[in-house]
Structure formats: C-alpha cells, structure tokens
Design a protein around this ligand. Sequence first.
Ligand SMILES: [Zn+2]
Length: 436
Amino acid sequence: MPTANPTDARAPQARDALFTRIEERRDDLVALTQALIQIPTINPPGDAYTDCAELIGRRLAARGFGVEYVRGVGSAGDSDRYPRTNVIARIEAARPGACVHFNGHIDVVPPGQGWTVDPFAGLVRDGRVYGRGACDMKGGIAASIIAVEALLESGLFAAGALEISGTVDEESGGFGGVGHLARLGYFSKPRVDHVIIPEPLNVDRVCVGHRGVWWAEIETKGRVAHGSMPFLGNCAVRHMGAVLHRIEEELIPRLARQRTEMPVVPEGARQSTININAIHGGQREDHDGLPSPMVPDRCRMVIDRRYLIEEDPEAVRGEIVAILEDLRRCRSGFDYELREVLAFLPTMTDANAPVVRAVAAAIETVLARPAQRVVSPGTYDQKHIVRTGLLKDCIAYGPGILDLAHQPDEYVEIDAMVQSAKVMALATLDLLAGGG
Ligand SMILES: [Zn+2]
C-alpha cells in the first residue's frame, strides 16, 4: 500500500497538522481581530492609519518578514496629520518559486448611528467579534495573518514567497493604497503571482471580480430672478426634474432588462443599475433663518452607474449624454455640464485561473461543500491590481457576511474566521507547489 510522503505539503497528514495549528491559534486570531478593531482607522478622514499599519508590521517583523512602509504621498487626503501609511511584509523560502500575496484594506467607514455596542471595543459575544470593520475587513486580515503564520511554523513553506499587505483608502477608491502601490510595481510580476483579498464574501464563495462603475455629476443651468416672478428667470431645478423624469421613465426600465452572465450577488445586482447619489439645487441651507425668494440658477446631481462586462463603457456614458442632448434640443432654456467623477472598468478573473481553482478546491476540502463563484456588485481593490498591476490572478475570498459591511453592530463569526484561515493556508500551499 503506498504511503504518502510526509514531506509532501499536500499530503493529508500535512494538511491535518496545518489545520490543527490554525485551530490552536483561535484565541490569538480573536485577539488580533480585536486589536485591529480597537484602532479606529475611520475613512474619511483617514484616522490612525500609521498605528494600524505598524501593528501589522511589528507582528510580522517579529516572525522574520521584511517590512516596508509606503506612504501614498500625493493621493487625495494624504497629509502629515492623516498620512496614507501602507504596510507590505514579505518573506522568502529557501528555494525560489511563486509569490502568494494577501492584501487587506485597513480603513473602515465611519460607525454611523444605531449601534448597541461600542463600535471600537472589539466586544466578543456568542462566538462573534463585534465592531466597525469586524467583517469589512479586519477579521479577514487577521485570518490571513494567522493562516500565513501557521504555514510558516508548519515547516511546509519550502519554496516561493509570501506577502501580506495592509493598505489604506479602499473605501474611498484605493488611490492612496493599492492604487499607489500598483503604480510602484508592488502588484506586478515577477514580484507577485497570486493575490487573495480577504473581503467579506462568505467562507464558501470565491469572488472573481466586480461590475464597472461610472460616477458623474450633472449640472443644469438657469438664471436667477425674484421668486415671486419665476417667469422672469430660468429654473435649474425644474430642468433637473426633467432629467430625472427621463432617467425614471426610460433609463431605469432599460437597465433592468440588461442581464449579465457575470455571477453577481445578490441577485438584484445581476443587471445594470443607477443610483441617484445626491442632488442639490438653489440656495445653501446651512444657515439659520428663512431663505430669500430666488429662482435657482444651478442644480447638481451625482449619479452612480454600475455596469456589466457585456456593456461598452462609452455607451454607458453615451446614454446619459443622449438624454441631456435631447433635452437641450427640445426643452426651452435647457443647458447642462457633465463631469466624470470616477470610473472603473468591470473586471472578472478567469474561472480556470490558478488562484480561483486553488481557493475553490480548498473550500471544498475544508467545508466539504462546493465553492460558489461570485462577482461583487461594488468595486474593490482588485481593479488596481488587474488594471494597473496587470496581474490577472486575483480574487477576493474571506470570512464575514457581505450584507453586514458598513451596517451598525457589524460582526464577524469566529468559526468563519478559523475556517477561512484554513482555506487560505491550504490554497497557499497549493499555489506555492505550483497547483491551482
Ligand atoms: Zn472592504
């Protein structure tokens, strides 16, 4: 009867020993998640980034990693008061080989209202760790660190390199974080081969990409006049009402019919969508007392259009331009300006890419159920890695329930963190051995 070679990293005994090591680190995993939550890295404005980056950097330096801090100098929001501090840690095995990189964003959104627990205490209750960023995504960062540490101690890390980064500003576009590092070559071959981003997509799902996004600001123009004689002016708010009417009557029904082959979750996002993100017309309201009677000469609206891999980005812009141009032709006194605020193309990693296969196989081993391949409705830092770093082998995989992200009483389940750490460690072993 053939016996498995005990030095074979993928032998069942080696795998079980690795899983035991991760289970033994359960308390350490919880403590690390709490410590990360207790640093309130709120974005905006970008609080305490350096403290959080240094927590990760100090821990990994003590385990033999080379640690670098790279500030996103010149990016939006970067200042001496709020430095955009990123941390990148790397360790190499005795023999050369592939590099597996875990990237997590350290920033969290503001807590908002409605919490029943302290959002920055890291409370542990009923098998969960609570706090802003618990699932999005400090629990995922902690799970990846524990996975990598267990792998290092197992003696199975014989070839290749491991990297862990903690990066800033994902919630506001990632330009000072992964975007900045990607431009400097941190997310390109030959330095890195495979990237896993532990965003909260649930323990049994591999997220292969995201829809595209196009944000724009539309401004309608008019002319001021006394509010008692509106016929002497030109009301920019009414013009914007006409734009909204066309979006409501024509565009939204059309978008609802555009279904995608991308496996986007939740189901409602498996089509094109548009959100009216903000609208403002007329006088400012941040004052006491009554307003003056004025016909508004400016109205601004921000739209957030999410689109599919089957759609042409130019056509996405073109459908808004067509509405505006048509109104200019047929509506008396209508004039507008259109400004692009933000644009990212859709991205979707091939279903047969090594990192997709390795993580899916590891999910099936650890959870004994099939892995689901999904696409995220919103973008995340994968866009910078794929578009700027030109690295195609990138996915998101991590513990936590996506729907809890940005909500009050956000939490991550400890069992899910332990399971996902096993998946990450096993997939990493597979990728380092040239699998996937
Ligand atoms: Zn996130």
